[in-house]
Design a protein. Structure first.
Length: 388
């Protein structure tokens, strides 16, 4: 028997063999010419993947939460006002981070969990500004909801508010056009749709964000996150003349450069379309066997993961059976929804056969749990979408 499980959680994900090989290369000096070339190229490729040719990329050892904090620490001064467009647990986390840095935070919440605040509600809130910045969680991994970044960013620009996008569960999987849409800062982490093992906090800041940083009257209150320390380092790697501030995670950055190369070789449009297609197939499969998605409509559902309620009479023990069938999926992560739902990630190098294997395992586990349904109907519905 093969003792291999398929990792289908919303990060970390399954990585390509080339990315994993880069993790295993003999580590070199962080100041070596060959590493400077790789780091510099990775920073250039980030601008391409974020569609921010004029952006300032920052790559720092840490997780997505550090990337969130880097944005807050460098842009917020005590007493600044911030607006959070709330779509779930990770938007709540942004409230806590912004408040820790001294911001006065206003939250626009949706009518129910699984929904997105309306553009009208966000505009109403912006009218009561001015706000220094607004945050949008592009895909909230707790609810599986996707926010309309394009139109929200338009509103941010209209009210002269910096637009910060938490793209941890979206960059590299969902359509996001940073400069064209007027996003001032996008942040992410390595372990999701960017396809690199956990450990990198990644931020791309646009001109308006950098200008706001330069105009600060008070010093950044965390030493490690301070762009005063990191900006010269990133600029020096871009110029292939490395300097030191904190030791960069050499192997992770090699792996990042490999993955960014793979993303650009696939093409952003093709990659977004692949994520949409596989997500549509998976969601159609679950709905065909009577399961209900957490997002209130398909338009508000992300394509990098699926969040779905257990059907009547079934609980979290289902995940143990899905695991027995060889697939690792994730439990819920939103306090208001508790253990009523589970989450399946499908991003990065995910394939149609991963989607079908996962659906098959879910059907098998449901049948074993006594849920009554037309076994195979989910797989058939998914196949119809995949072959359409
Ligand atoms: N934002 C979002 C949307 C996320 O999904 C996550 C992680 N699941 C984070 C922020 C925090 O990232 P990390 O766990 O890497 O700190």
């Amino acid at each position: 028997m093969k003792d291999r499980k398929l990792l289908m959680i919303p990060g970390p994900i399954e990585f390509t063999p080339e990315v994993l090989q880069a993790m295993g290369l003999p580590t070199t000096s962080h100041l070596a010419a060959n590493f400077a070339e790789v780091f510099g190229q990775a920073l250039e490729r980030l601008r391409e993947v974020f569609l921010a040719p004029g952006g300032c990329p920052f790559v720092v050892a840490g997780s997505g939460t550090l990337a969130m904090e880097i944005a807050a620490a460098n842009l917020i001064e005590p007493g600044d006002r911030a607006l959070v467009v709330n779509t779930g647990f990770f938007s709540d986390r942004y409230v806590a981070i912004l408040e820790r840095h001294g911001a006065e935070v206003t939250v626009v919440a949706p009518p129910v969990v699984g929904d997105v605040p309306s553009l009208e509600a966000v505009e109403e809130a912006l009218k009561k500004g001015p706000y220094k910045l607004m945050t949008i969680t592009h895909v909230d991994t707790s609810t599986g909801v996707i926010a309309d970044v394009r139109n929200l960013a338009y509103l941010g620009q209209k009210y002269e508010t910096l637009v910060i996008v938490d793209g941890v569960c979206s960059v590299g999987g969902e359509e996001l056009r940073m400069e064209e849409w007027g996003v001032d800062l996008t942040l992410t982490a390595s372990q999701k749709a960017l396809g690199v093992p956990p450990g990198l906090a990644i931020v791309v800041a646009g001109e308006r964000a950098m200008e706001a940083f330069r105009k600060r009257k008070t010093p950044v209150r965390t030493y490690y996150a301070d762009w005063t320390n990191w900006l010269p380092v990133m600029e020096s790697y871009l110029a292939r003349k490395p300097i030191y501030f904190g030791t960069p995670p050499v192997n992770l950055i090699w792996a990042l450069n490999v993955s960014l190369g793979q993303i650009l070789a696939e093409g952003l449009e093709a990659r977004w379309a692949r994520h949409r297609h596989l997500s549509d197939a998976f969601k159609a499969g679950l709905e065909a066997i009577g399961l209900k998605l957490v997002p209130v409509s398909r338009e508000k559902a992300a394509h990098t993961l699926t969040t779905v309620y257990y059907p009547e009479g079934i609980d979290a023990r289902l995940l143990g059976l899905i695991l027995e069938a060889g697939i690792i999926v994730a439990s819920g992560r939103h306090p208001a929804l508790g253990e009523r739902y589970f989450r399946v990630g499908h991003m990065g190098a995910v394939t149609a056969s991963d989607i079908l294997s996962t659906l098959g395992a879910i059907e098998w586990a449901l049948a074993r749990s006594g849920y009554r349904f037309d076994v195979g109907a989910g797989l058939a519905a998914a196949e119809r979408v995949l072959t359409a």
